[in-house]
Design a binder for this molecule. Structure first.
Ligand SMILES: Cc1cc2nc3c(=O)[nH]c(=O)nc-3n(C[C@H](O)[C@H](O)[C@H](O)COP(=O)(O)OP(=O)(O)OC[C@H]3O[C@@H](n4cnc5c(N)ncnc54)[C@H](O)[C@@H]3O)c2cc1C
Length: 613
C-alpha cells in the first residue's frame, strides 16, 4: 500500500495542454514483432492513429481522418486523427505498437514519452506526457501532373478531397483527357457513347480547380531546376511533379502503321480511326472483316465487341492458347470454345508475316500468316502488348529499368518527382492494370498530403474479361510451380457449362484464383489475396459455399462485378455512406475501377441517402 503519493509526471502547460497516454490496441502486442506478422490482425487497425475528444478537435479545426502533428519538446509524431466522445476531453491516446515503419518513425509513441521512472518499482512513465496536437499544415505547393489517364485521374481526385489550396496543373497529350480507356472496345462497337466514357462531367474540372492543358505534350523535364517545357514552348516550374504517362501499344518495328487498314487500340483517336475506316468501306457490317493480332484481354474484348455488330473477326494468336499469362490451360481452353461459339475464328501458334493492300479492291488487305495461310480482311488491329512511356524519365536522369523505378511512396530517384501507373516499376514489377494505377495514385497523393503511413506495397495482378455473357476473371497466381508440394489447388469444374473455378493456396494464404462461369467470390478472394489474410478455417470452405448470384438491380454500373444502381442504393439505404465500404460490400469498382466516378455520384446523390449514420 503506497504510504504517500509523489507525482513527478510532467505538468500540462499552455504550450503543451493535452495529456498523452499510450497503450495497446485489441489486436496488437508490444512492437508487433509477432502480431504484426499476422495479416488478419493487421486488417483490424492497419496503421497508427491518435484518438482525440471531438471538443478538443473542434477547438483545433481537426476533422476525423486529418493528419495531425503531436509534439512536445522531445519530438513529434504525425498520424491520422480518430475523433470520438469516448476519450476524456484534454486527453489523447496513441497506440504504442508502431516503432519504425520502413525506416521511418512517424508513428512511434516513444518520440513523445519521457524518461521518468518510478523510483521504487522502476516502472516508466509512458502513460503520461504533455503534448500539443495541431492539424498538419503543409506549405502551398505547385504540383504538375503529366498525363490525364487513370493514374492522374485518381491522383487529382484524392488530392483535392483533402487539399484545395495547392496549384494542380495537368498536361494531357491527348485532346480528350480523363476518360475510361478500358471501355474503348464498347465505344468502337457503338455500345457506349463518348459521353459514357468521360470521367469528368461538365463543370467538374472547375470544381476540382485543375488548370488543364489538353492536347499539350510535355517534351522536357528538368529535374534539377524543377521545371517542365510543353509542346507549345511553355515553361512551368514545379514543387512536385507527377509522371503518369502510361504506355503505348507495342507493334513490331517493321509494321507500317501509317498505311491504311492498320490499327492499334490505346486512345480515343485509335478508336475513332477504326470506326471511321470501317464505315468508309461502305460494306454492310456482316461483310466487313477485321483481323485482330493477339489473344490477350484487349484483343478478345475488341473481338467480342465487333462481333456483336456482326463484323467477321479472326484472331491470330502466337501462343497455343488464349490469355496464356492470365489463365491456366483449362480456363484458356474453355474460353477458346466460348469465343469460337461466337463465330470468331482463332489461329493459334501463328503469326502475321506480311500484310499487303489488295491491288484491285480498296480497303482490302491480304494478310499472310507464318504457316502460309492467307486471310483477306478489311483491317488489322495489333493488340500484342504495351511499352511504358518512359522517354521523359530517361532524359531527366531518373533511374529506370523497364519502367521508372519508384520506392514505397512512389518517389523516383528524385524525391520531388513521382511516377504512377503503367510507367512505375516497383520492386522489379510493372503493372498494366487500372487498379494498380489507382492504388499507386492514392498512396502518392496521401503521402504528399502528409500521411507517412500511406505506403505502397505492390499490387496483385487481376484480369477481368468483360464479355457480356461470360463471367471470367483471374487474380494473382494462375499456375502452381511444378514439383513444389507447398502449393495446393482446389478445383471445381463443369466443362460443358463452361464453369471452372480454381484456388491456389500456399502456407494458409490464398495466392491465386480463377473464376469462370460466375464471379461471386471475386470481392472476397481479392481481399484475401491482396491483404494476404490467413485463411485459417476458411481454407476448408473455399469453393464449397453455395453460389449466391445476387441479381443486378436497376441500371448496370459495374460490369466487372455485375452490380447495378439498385444494388448500390440498397446498401446505401442500410446505412453505408463510405465509398470504400460501399465498393467492398457490393463488389462494385473492385475490378477495372472505371465505374468508380459513377459509384461516387450514386453515393452522393441526396435522394439515395435516405438513411444517414
Ligand atoms: C482498350 C483497353 C482496354 C483495357 N482494359 C483493361 C481492363 O479491363 N482492366 C484493366 O485493369 N486495365 C485495362 N486496360 C489498361 C488500363 O487502361 C491502363 O492500365 C491504365 O489506363 C493505366 O493508367 P495510366 O494512368 O498509367 O496510363 P494511361 O491511362 O494510358 O494515361 C496516360 C496518359 O498520359 C498521356 N501522355 C503520355 N505522354 C505524355 C506527355 N509527354 N505529355 C502529356 N501527356 C502524356 C497519354 O497520352 C495518356 O493520355 C485497358 C487498356 C486499353 C487500351
Amino acid at each position: 500500500v503506497p504510504q504517500n503519493i509523489l507525482n513527478k509526471s510532467e505538468k500540462i502547460t499552455e504550450e503543451f495542454p493535452l495529456i498523452l497516454t499510450t497503450g495497446r490496441i485489441r489486436d496488437q502486442w508490444h512492437t508487433r514483432t509477432k502480431t504484426g506478422k499476422v495479416n488478419r490482425l493487421t486488417t483490424h487497425i492497419p496503421s497508427p492513429y491518435l484518438e482525440m475528444n471531438k471538443i478538443d478537435a473542434i477547438e483545433r479545426e481537426i476533422n476525423d481522418g486529418d493528419i495531425v502533428d503531436i509534439y512536445n519538446k522531445r519530438g513529434i509524431v504525425k498520424v491520422k486523427a480518430k475523433l470520438n466522445f469516448n476519450i476524456k476531453k484534454g486527453v489523447v491516446f496513441l497506440p504504442m505498437h508502431w516503432g519504425k515503419v520502413k525506416g521511418n518513425d512517424f508513428g512511434r509513441a516513444n518520440n513523445l514519452t519521457n524518461n521518468l521512472i518510478d523510483p521504487v518499482s522502476k516502472e516508466p512513465d509512458f502513460k503520461y506526457a504533455a503534448v500539443q496536437v495541431l492539424k498538419h499544415k503543409k506549405e502551398k505547393e505547385k504540383i504538375c501532373v503529366i498525363g490525364a489517364g487513370a493514374a492522374a485521374y485518381r491522383f487529382v481526385q484524392t488530392y483535392r478531397a483533402h487539399n484545395l489550396k495547392d496549384d494542380l496543373l495537368v498536361f494531357s497529350k491527348e485532346d480528350d483527357p480523363f476518360y475510361n480507356r478500358v471501355l474503348l472496345p464498347e465505344y468502337v462497337s457503338e455500345d457506349l457513347t463518348w459521353e459514357q466514357l468521360q470521367k469528368l462531367k461538365k463543370g467538374e474540372i472547375e470544381k476540382l480547380r485543375i488548370e488543364l492543358h489538353s492536347g499539350v505534350q510535355i517534351t522536357t523535364v528538368n529535374s534539377e531546376e524543377k521545371f517542365i517545357i510543353d509542346s507549345n514552348g511553355g515553361k512551368h516550374s514545379f514543387d512536385i511533379l507527377i509522371m503518369a504517362t502510361g504506355s503505348s501499344a507495342f507493334v513490331p518495328k517493321d509494321v507500317p502503321l501509317h498505311l491504311p487498314g492498320r490499327f492499334t487500340m490505346r486512345t480515343k483517336v485509335d478508336a475513332d480511326n477504326l470506326r471511321t475506316y470501317l464505315k468508309n468501306t461502305e460494306l454492310p457490317e456482316k461483310e466487313q472483316h477485321v483481323v485482330i493480332v493477339g489473344g490477350g484481354l484487349l484483343g478478345l474484348e475488341l473481338a467480342a465487341s465487333l462481333k456483336k455488330k456482326n463484323i467477321n473477326i479472326t484472331i491470330v494468336q502466337r501462343a497455343p492458347r488464349l490469355m496464356e499469362r492470365q489463365l491456366d490451360r483449362v480456363a484458356s481452353t474453355l474460353l477458346a470454345e466460348n469465343v469460337q461459339e461466337r463465330g470468331i475464328q482463332i489461329y493459334f501458334d501463328n503469326e502475321v508475316s506480311t500484310v499487303f493492300e489488295d491491288e484491285i479492291t480498296s480497303n482490302k488487305l491480304s494478310i499472310s500468316l507464318k504457316t502460309g495461310k492467307i486471310i483477306t480482311a478489311n483491317a488489322i488491329v495489333y493488340a500484342i502488348g504495351t511499352l511504358p512511356n518512359i522517354e521523359l524519365a530517361k532524359i531527366s536522369n531518373l533511374k529506370y529499368s523497364r519502367g521508372v523505378i519508384v520506392n514505397q511512396y512512389l518517389q523516383t530517384s528524385n524525391p520531388d518527382i513521382f511516377a504512377l501507373g503503367e510507367i512505375a516499376e516497383f520492386e522489379n514489377s510493372l503493372y498494366g492494370i487500372t487498379s494498380a494505377a489507382e492504388q499507386q495514385a492514392n498512396s502518392a497523393a496521401k503521402f504528399i498530403l502528409g500521411d507517412l503511413s500511406s505506403i505502397y506495397k505492390g499490387s496483385v495482378l487481376m484480369n477481368i474479361l468483360k464479355f457480356e455473357d461470360l463471367d471470367l476473371c483471374s487474380i494473382g497466381m494462375v499456375n502452381t510451380p511444378k514439383n513444389d508440394p507447398s502449393y495446393e489447388e482446389i478445383i471445381l469444374k463443369d466443362v460443358t457449362q463452361h464453369f471452372y473455378k480454381k484456388c491456389i493456396v500456399r502456407n494458409d494464404l490464398l495466392v491465386g484464383a480463377i473464376l469462370m462461369g460466375d464471379k461471386n467470390e471475386f470481392a472476397e478472394f481479392k481481399r484475401f489475396i491482396e491483404d494476404k489474410i490467413e485463411l485459417s478455417e476458411k481454407r476448408t470452405e473455399l469453393l464449397r459455399g453455395k453460389s449466391s448470384t445476387i441479381p443486378v438491380l436497376g441500371k448496370l454500373v459495374c460490369s466487372c462485378s455485375q452490380v447495378g444502381e439498385g444494388n448500390l442504393i440498397e446498401v446505401i439505404n442500410k446505412g453505408c455512406n463510405d465509398f470504400n465500404e460501399l465498393c467492398s460490400k457490393t463488389g462494385a469498382g473492385l475490378g477495372c475501377g472505371s465505374c468508380k466516378p459513377e459509384i461516387n455520384e450514386i453515393l452522393l446523390k441526396p435522394n439515395n441517402r435516405r438513411y444517414e449514420k
